[in-house]
Structures are given as structure tokens and as C-alpha cells.
Design a protein around this ligand. Structure first.
Ligand code: ATP
Length: 246
């Protein structure tokens, strides 16, 4: 269970997140939507302890994230896979070494076992032959799939996906959403997916939150979001542009 209580974060004295509270129970998948700059990525970084808020509390399975020391935080991050918006691949490592990185960090498997796992996951993301390539030789869609592979290879129980299909063509996007759905159905992960692709996240998430200018303006399940009368919720969910909303 992930519990976010009254998170407030300031940037140059102005609130960029304001009193945000939500809960994600084990195995649930939250879709986080809202305009650019609303604070979605920042909220996820706070939840996994990468950024400290001015106010509020985050607990993951009962552990208060901000009470942890650096070593305990590093342990917590082993439970959390993160697919960052900007890939965050190491340019100086080839694809195989990038994906193997979290397994080597954990230090529990032999090189032979790691090699087999890397090959398995590369096959499952439909890129079986690119282990020796470097990130700068890959297309955006390939980098996303490699980042996905690196985020999920340690089989974390929690995964955060930050705009996993941004800038991808529709075919590659649908492949990514299939991978996300498999994580939910086969591995039962608890997840937060930030996305501007409403059609894509409709199918992989069971709960939805909408952030606007740092405030949580909606939190609810699919039927609640479909019937919400909050104008910005309608605008985002239905994907129309209403000039009156500005
Ligand atoms: N570590 C930080 N501390 C304080 N403020 C931050 C920090 N990181 C980002 N911000 C600010 O938080 C605001 C929200 O940024 P964020 O990237 O979370 O938006 P977003 O909703 O994810 O946008 P997009 O959909 O465009 O990715 C921005 O004004 C940004 O400058």
C-alpha cells in the first residue's frame, strides 16, 4: 500500500504541489493525468524518495519514506522500478549492461544467470539482437523498451512509468501498453502511470488522478472519471479542446 498524505512542495517559494493526498492499494494501478507542468513527475519522484517535500508524508507498506537514511532508501528503491521520461540510460554502457545494471547492483545472481535474464527480457520487448548496441544507436521507441526492460528486470513489486509512450508512434505505443498490461496481469505489480495517452491508460489502470497546477482535482475509478462533471476532467478524459477552459 502506498499512502501519500498532504504533500506540499515549494519551488522558489511558490507551491508546485499543494496538499496532495492519495492511496494506492497493493496490486492497484493508478493513472496520473493532467496538463504539462502540473506536478505529476515531481509527485512520483517524491513518492520514491528522490525529492523531499516541505510538508506531508509518504508511506510504502507502512514505512515512512522520509524517515529512512540513504542506505534504507536505496533498499526501498530496489522495490520500485522507474521508467523515466528521459530514458535515463547510461550512454557509456551497451544495452545488455544497462539492463543488467540493477541485477549486478543487487549482487544475488551469477553473470551467467544475469546474461540469461537479460536475453529473456530483450526477447520479451521484441529486441532480441541489440544487447551489444549503445543507447545512441537506438530509436526513441527502442530506448523506451530498453528502459522498460531495465526498470522491470529485478521484478519490483511497484513500478512507476513516467509518460512511457511520449513521442512514440502508435504501433510502438501500443506495444509498450501491452508490456504494461502484462506487468499488471502476470506479475500483479502496483503501479503509477503518468500519461497523456488517455486511450492507452484506460486499459491498464483501475484508478485515475488528475493534477492541475499542483492540486489534485480528481481521484476515482473508471466509472467515476467517466461521469465526473469537473470541466478539466471532461476535457482530459474526452480529449476535446474547450476554449472556455482556457
Ligand atoms: N526537485 C524539484 N523541486 C521543486 N520543484 C520542482 C522540482 N522538480 C520539478 N519542479 C517543478 O515542479 C513543476 C512541475 O513539474 P513536473 O515535471 O512535475 O510536471 P509534469 O506534470 O510532470 O509535466 P509534464 O506533463 O510536462 O511532464 C515545475 O514547475 C518544475 O519546475
Amino acid at each position: 500500500m502506498i499512502k501519500v498524505e498532504n504533500i506540499t512542495k515549494l519551488h522558489m517559494g511558490e507551491p508546485v504541489l499543494q496538499d496532495v493526498s492519495l492511496e494506492i492499494r497493493e496490486g492497484a494501478n493508478l493513472g496520473l493525468i493532467g496538463p504539462g507542468g502540473a506536478g505529476k513527475s515531481l509527485l512520483v519522484k517524491i513518492i520514491c524518495g528522490l525529492v523531499r517535500p516541505e510538508k506531508g508524508r509518504v508511506t510504502i507498506d507502512g514505512t515512512d519514506v522520509f524517515s529512512l537514511n540513504e542506505i534504507e532508501l536505496a533498499d526501498l528503491r530496489f522495490k520500485i522500478g522507474m521508467l523515466f521520461q528521459n530514458y535515463a540510460l547510461f550512454d557509456f554502457m551497451n544495452v545488455g549492461d544497462n539492463i543488467a545494471f540493477p541485477l549486478r547492483q543487487a549482487g544475488k545472481l551469477t553473470e551467467e544467470e544475469i546474461g540469461a535474464k537479460v536475453q529473456d527480457i530483450l526477447t520479451s520487448v521484441d529486441l532480441p539482437t541489440i544487447a551489444a548496441k549503445y543507447p545512441n544507436e537506438l530509436s526513441g521507441g527502442m530506448k523506451k523498451r530498453v528502459s522498460f526492460a531495465r526498470a522491470v528486470i529485478p521484478q519490483p513489486p511497484i513500478v512507476f512509468y513516467d509518460d512511457p509512450t511520449a513521442g512514440l508512434d502508435p504501433v510502438t505505443s501500443s506495444k509498450i501498453f501491452i508490456l504494461l498490461r502484462e506487468m499488471r496481469d502476470k506479475r500483479g505489480v502496483t503501479s503509477i502511470t503518468i500519461s497523456h495517452d488517455i486511450e492507452g491508460i484506460k486499459d491498464i489502470c483501475d484508478n485515475f488522478a488528475l493534477l492541475d497546477k499542483g492540486k489534485l482535482v480528481f481521484l476515482g475509478d473508471r466509472s467515476q472519471i467517466e461521469t465526473s462533471e469537473i470541466p478539466i476532467v471532461r476535457q482530459f478524459w474526452d480529449g476535446f479542446s474547450d476554449d472556455e477552459l482556457g
